[in-house]
Design a protein around this ligand. Sequence first.
Ligand code: ZN
Length: 118
Amino acid sequence: MAGRKVVTQCTAAEWRSMCRRVKSCIPPPEGYAWRFVWSTALEGDEGDCSRVLGKDGRLGTFRIRVAKGLSEKQTIDVLLHECAHAFDWTEHHGWLTDHSSTFWIWLGRLFRRYHGLE
Ligand SMILES: [Zn+2]
């Protein structure tokens, strides 16, 4: 179709760059570290977030996976979405799979931070 923009897949350089940006402007929940994985292993899902507990009472790591093969914009959206789960779980709900009202508040906050709006 004339005038339609071609959507290209996120490149490895774009992925690395967005991970650096998230790490620089969105510190993980207190006591945790971020681990971002660009994955071909996700089936039927664009991303997920899991908590990996540390040894010796350390809280550990939030492991966030984002599927390869999405556009750059989708990849950022999924990455921030999964980071919002990490904050929402830590602050409010324990370990739920749904999207509560506080989840959407976190997501808005993370979007503003990532895009330099706060
Ligand atoms: Zn979600």
